[in-house]
Write a protein that binds this ligand. Structure first.
Ligand SMILES: Cc1ncc(COP(=O)(O)O)c(C=O)c1O
Length: 387
């Protein structure tokens, strides 16, 4: 019996070490890890550069309060601002905290303009923004909110693709539209560029803010630093997490100076968010998210998706659709994916589920072609075994 609560359906598999794209289990088996902590280990397991950075910082200083200036955080924020649309950053520890902070920033912005009733956030039904109380209600999923009442007000929902409903939901109390640029948990649904652009235009026309949740698809996973760069838009607020820590818990909310002005002392805070240890790791991750790595993501993605589509043609009764962008790839099956994922695991390839019968594939951003070939062989074998 485990003393851990039963809130996860865990596989009976544990690991003792990892290196790059691979994990070694407690019983000595080697697994190709295309989960990578669910899009967290952007540089794979036990990356040398990250190991060095964390060791160096751990000997100097782990944690000080945000009551003091933290140079490592100033540096990471400066670098994020230089590379992106943002003018300002608040550091957190997780994706849910980052999306909550994004909601707070949007509301506080209108409050600072003397519009305290402009608080509503419009989200896609069954999206995913994290597991805190506000985030589950932002997601609008029955499964996630059930038993956690009372309902947190302030969120309106439209179904993916229902643009008419989206337009109708906007009223004088709407503060922002918050969407994932690529819906990860929701089944690797890539919002088309024209749609992101149209939503940006709609926000401008209505005088509301655009929050693009890049917790899962950001920091290079799409092949660009942010997935919304493909749509050539500038959001107002962007929560990030996962990939920026490379395995160390870091979250952040990035924002333009227009909205950041509202976040005056006392409006938000975190004991741990942005501590020197976390910030040193974040800086080390950022060192490696360069054009070479982004090119690798694009190249490997093109190859992987092409080969998966060939498999889809070969097994049309098993595979319904190949979806995704960069190294955020989904194989949608016609039927429930549990058995398929277990069979991949038996063949030493780790993947993870998403909604709509999707098998989610999240290699590290520095994945090698030979590793993708190994994964393709296993996927093909499983298709053949179950056909
Ligand atoms: C798009 C998105 N937002 C927010 C979150 C929440 O992140 P965390 O689990 O770090 O709280 C996730 C996690 O999967 C996510 O995919």
């Amino acid at each position: 019996m485990s003393s851990l609560a039963n809130n996860y359906k865990r596989k009976k598999l544990s690991f003792i070490k990892g290196s790059g794209s691979f994990l070694i289990s407690t019983n000595g088996k080697k697994y190709l890890d295309f989960v990578q902590g669910i899009a967290v280990n952007s540089l794979g397991h036990s990356n040398n550069h990250l190991n060095k950075a964390i060791q160096k910082q751990s000997r100097k200083l782990w944690h000080v309060s945000n009551a003091f200036k933290i140079p490592e955080g100033e540096k990471l924020a400066n670098r994020l601002v230089k590379r992106t649309f943002a003018d300002s950053v608040i550091f957190q520890n997780s994706g849910a905290e980052a999306t909550e902070a994004a909601i707070k920033v949007a509301r506080r912005y209108f409050y600072s303009l003397g519009k305290p009733k402009k608080t509503k956030i419009i989200c896609i039904k069954n999206s995913f923004h994290g597991r805190t109380l506000a985030a589950i209600h932002a997601s609008g999923s029955k499964k996630m909110t059930e038993g956690f009442g009372p309902r947190i007000p302030g969120f309106d929902h439209f179904n993916f693709g229902d643009h008419k409903k989206l337009r109708n939901l906007i009223n004088k109390n709407t503060a922002a539209i918050m969407i994932e640029t690529v819906m990860g948990e929701g089944g690797i649904k890539v919002i088309p560029n024209w749609c992101i652009k149209a939503i940006r235009d709609l926000c401008d026309k209505k005088g509301i803010l655009l929050i693009l949740d890049e917790v899962q698809c950001g920091i290079g996973r799409s092949g660009k630093f942010f997935a919304f760069e493909y749509a050539r838009v500038k959001p107002d607020i962007v929560p990030i997490a996962k990939g920026i820590g490379g395995g160390f818990p870091i979250g952040a909310v990035l924002m333009t100076k227009k909205v950041a002005k509202a976040m005056v002392p006392g409006t938000h805070g975190s004991t741990f968010g942005g501590n020197p240890l976390a910030m040193s790791v974040g800086n080390a991750v950022l060192d490696k998210i360069d054009s070479n790595l982004l090119n690798n993501v694009k190249k490997m993605s093109k190859y992987f998706i092409l080969k998966l589509n060939i498999l889809k043609k070969k097994y049309p009764k098993i595979i319904k659709e190949i979806r995704g962008i960069g190294l955020l790839i989904g194989i949608q099956l016609w039927e429930d994916q549990t058995n398929f994922i277990n069979k991949l695991m038996e063949n030493q390839l780790l993947t993870i589920r998403a909604a709509e019968n999707v098998i989610r594939i999240l290699p590290p951003l520095n994945v090698k072609k030979s590793e993708i070939d190994t994964a393709l062989k296993i996927i093909s074998k499983v298709c053949n075994d179950i056909k």
